[in-house]
Design a protein around this ligand. Structure first.
Ligand code: PEP
Length: 252
């Protein structure tokens, strides 16, 4: 059975003391919750990864990095490698976030390399993709999403997919307060699962968790998460507050 997942992407927010205080509050408020098949993940900024990972070592909360360089090591000033992330006991990375694509020019081809490097280093990947508003208005959203997934992930074998979590994040809904309707999310998630089923065996498609991301808040989470092919959320703004984040975990 595929996992339900609530993952918080803290982006460039939270100093070390703020990060410690946030995880303390989240730990306290999820204590005793029946998490059953639900995974809870937080992704702090690189500089706080080690401390957060240490603090969450024996807890139910997992830790992911927000990005990673595609090369194993070398002269790449300011960059972080897979082995550096793994050395601080973090085995998961978010790749392909729309902010990385938009502000740091990350292309499908580059992301495909990052995917390979992460998998080679035995890391799990939360792979993000999604259309911009213009694509949606032009009716190109399915085509765009299909291209993003195929270009970065369809060279993988079935076994590798055990380490892939998909995150559909329509760019027009990220940080804008505008959310895809539960029906729009379900429609796209079913399409994505269909694509994976066409390329691989249907059990690969059935096992892969597909998260929705884009202005998920306590007020709208339950309806979105109730959709058959929505296996949870990748959360930005609402992950920065322990009460909101806990409400999303409870909504799943
Ligand atoms: C995100 O950046 O992945 C995201 C979904 O942000 P927000 O929840 O703030 O829209």
């Amino acid at each position: 059975m595929r996992s339900k997942i609530v993952a918080g992407n803290w982006k460039m927010n939270k100093t070390l003391s703020e990060s410690k205080s946030l995880i303390k509050d989240i730990k306290k408020s999820i204590n005793g919750l029946p998490l059953k098949n639900t995974r809870v993940i937080v992704a702090p900024t690189f500089v706080n990864l080690q401390k957060v990972s240490k603090k969450l070592k024996d807890s139910a909360i997992e830790v992911a990095a927000q990005n990673m360089h595609q090369e194993e090591s070398g002269a790449y000033t300011g960059e972080i490698s897979a082995s550096m992330i793994k050395a601080v006991y973090v085995n998961m990375v978010i790749l392909g976030h729309s902010e990385r694509r938009e502000y740091f020019n990350e292309t499908d081809a580059l992301l495909s390399k990052k995917v390979d490097t992460a998998l080679k280093n035995k890391m799990e990947i939360i792979f993000c993709f999604g259309e911009v508003l213009e694509d949606r208005k032009n009716g190109d959203h399915f085509k765009v999403v299909e291209r993003q997934i195929k270009n970065a992930l369809f060279h993988l074998n079935s076994e590798a997919w055990k380490n892939i979590i998909l995150a559909y994040e329509p760019v027009w809904a990220i940080g804008t307060g505008e959310t895809a309707s539960p029906e729009q999310a379900q429609e796209m998630h079913a399409f994505i699962r269909g694509l994976v089923a066409e390329r691989y065996l249907s059990d690969v498609a059935e096992e892969v968790s597909i998260l929705y991301g884009g202005s998920v808040k306590p007020a709208n989470a339950k309806e979105i998460f109730s959709k058959e092919d929505v296996d949870g959320g990748l959360i930005g703004g609402a992950a920065l507050n322990a009460d909101d984040f806990t409400a999303l975990i409870k909504a799943i």
